[in-house]
Design a protein around this ligand. Structure first.
Ligand code: CMX
Length: 435
């Protein structure tokens, strides 16, 4: 059986001539135009990035390597007795475009096991953070600290051909991904469990071991698999993916690039929205006591939030224009496992009342829920009630897709990112000339 790295090498050899041909023979072909609104508006919708790993259709949602998420969950190998597939299998798919066999996944599970141990100094660094630090800050710093382990940086300093950049990047990726659950669960133990750490179980897969280190019983292992896989990738233009790609384009290594992307994910308009949803729901629950709000009370709560100039967390999206399939998958899980959970009932009622209100409000282009509207409530149900921690979970998942992208960036020799800026004067001249 071929190893993942050998298979990847073959895929890279196949892909290189396609990229080379497009640049060499069709480099001047126009792909898109740029409007003044896009220049000021965060480049929304501008087609100027490339990835073959995932594609986001505004109506259908994300596809990983051409597969809808539903297909991904159906097709990837699973551990017997579990509903959700191995996270390692999702990484395999994102990296190669192929659905792995169970044997191929097990080989990768073994690779991750061998690489998961953290260096002693990392525990000391995590311990040295003040207790009131946000877990995303510690997570980002811990990942950055591992820069000293970078194989890519060592190889680069020794002098390596551009054609081979992807290989040490691949090694760094496996080393980092294997360690993320260990880092995250240690941060959790430090901040919320008085430092009482549960040592990892070498017999378990990545997500199963994470659940174990969090001190959780089944089905929290499947919750983790579901969570990490749906958060893995959302094409290249979202803040975390784009930050990772941008930083890596200067040949910063995986640790520096992933630490940076974690900081982008930590913003409330991006990954932190999952913690915002919980904070917002709990503030309503506080007002309601044990009573479930009526539809009218819920509507009033939503309007009050909007009228105070805040956004409804977990709703809207820069690209999507319908209910996020990642929301739908989590809803399906919740209906099966926790339909009577109080907060889930809130989330369900919100699904009914928020979209028409956002439509009436008239601002959001997408009134439908995104991934963050559901994820925190599932964590809450299984006893992870420290909602500051939720974006760290998003970060573990997102690292899987971004590292796969960065390996390919290196393999296909994508350029240093350097768009051009203009002054307001220049834009005014362009505007006047168009009259
Ligand atoms: N509640 C209230 N207003 C909203 C809104 C929401 N959920 N979503 C968008 N709007 C508003 C925007 O703030 C903007 O207002 P202004 O014109 O006053 O600036 C207007 O509607 C148009 O925005 P848009 O084009 O529809 O959305 P953007 O592409 O600018 O922003 C997003 C997308 C996700 C940041 C936005 O929908 C939002 O703030 N949602 C709430 C936060 C959230 O859930 N983020 C998580 C997204 C998923 C993820 O990345 O993790």
């Amino acid at each position: 059986m071929k190893t993942l790295k050998d298979k990847l090498r073959e895929k890279i050899e196949e892909a290189r001539p396609r990229t080379k041909r497009l640049i060499k023979e069709f480099g001047d072909v126009v792909v898109d135009k740029v409007t003044i609104a896009q220049v000021f508006g965060g480049m929304r919708g501008l087609k100027c990035l490339v990835t073959d790993i995932s594609y986001l259709d505004p109506m259908e949602g994300i596809r990983y390597r051409g597969y809808t998420l539903k297909e991904v969950f159906e097709k990837l190998p699973k551990i017997e007795g579990n509903d959700m597939p191995y996270v390692e299998g999702a990484f395999y798919l994102l990296l190669t475009g192929e659905i792995p066999t169970k044997e191929e996944v097990c080989l990768l599970v073994d690779e991750f096991r061998k690489r998961r141990i953290l260096p002693r100094y990392l525990y000391d660094i995590i311990d040295s953070f003040p207790q009131d630090s946000h877990p995303m800050t510690i997570f980002s710093a811990a990942i950055l600290t591992l820069h000293r382990e970078s194989f890519f940086t060592r190889k680069y300093n020794a002098g390596i051909s551009k054609m081979d950049y992807w290989e040490p990047t691949y090694e760094d990726t496996l080393n980092l991904l294997a360690k993320l659950p260990e880092i995250a669960s240690y941060i959790y133990a430090k901040l919320y469990r008085g430092g009482n750490r549960i040592i990892s179980d070498p017999n378990l897969d990545m997500a199963g071991n994470f659940a174990h280190m969090m001190g959780k019983e089944s089905p929290y292992d499947d919750v983790s698999r579901l969570h990490f896989i749906i958060h893995a990738d959302h094409e290249s233009g979202n803040i975390s993916a784009h930050t990772g790609h941008l930083v890596a384009s200067s040949l910063s290594d995986i640790y520096q690039s992933i630490s940076a992307m974690i900081n982008g994910l930590a913003g409330p308009l991006h990954g932190l929205a999952n913690q915002e949803v919980l904070r917002w729901l709990l503030s309503m629950k506080d007002k309601m006591g044990d009573n479930l709000p009526s539809e009218n009370e819920m509507k009033q709560f939503v309007w009050d939030t909007l009228n105070s100039g805040q956004v409804i967390p977990g709703y809207g999206h820069a690209v999507l224009r319908k209910t996020d399939p990642r929301y739908a998958l989590q809803r399906e899980f919740s209906l099966k496992h926790m339909a009577n959970d109080d907060l889930f009932k809130y989330v369900d009622l919100l699904y009914k009342v928020v979209p028409p209100i956002l439509q009436e409000h008239g601002k959001a282009k997408n009134p439908w829920p995104n991934v963050d509207a559901q994820s925190g409530v599932i964590q809450w149900h299984y006893g992870v009630k420290e909602y500051d921690f939720y974006t760290v979970l998003f970060g573990i998942g997102r690292s899987i897709g971004i590292t796969a992208n960065l390996i390919w960036d290196r393999a296909l020799g994508y350029s240093l990112e350097r768009p051009k800026s203009l002054t307001t004067d220049m834009l005014e001249k362009i505007a006047n000339a168009s009259k």
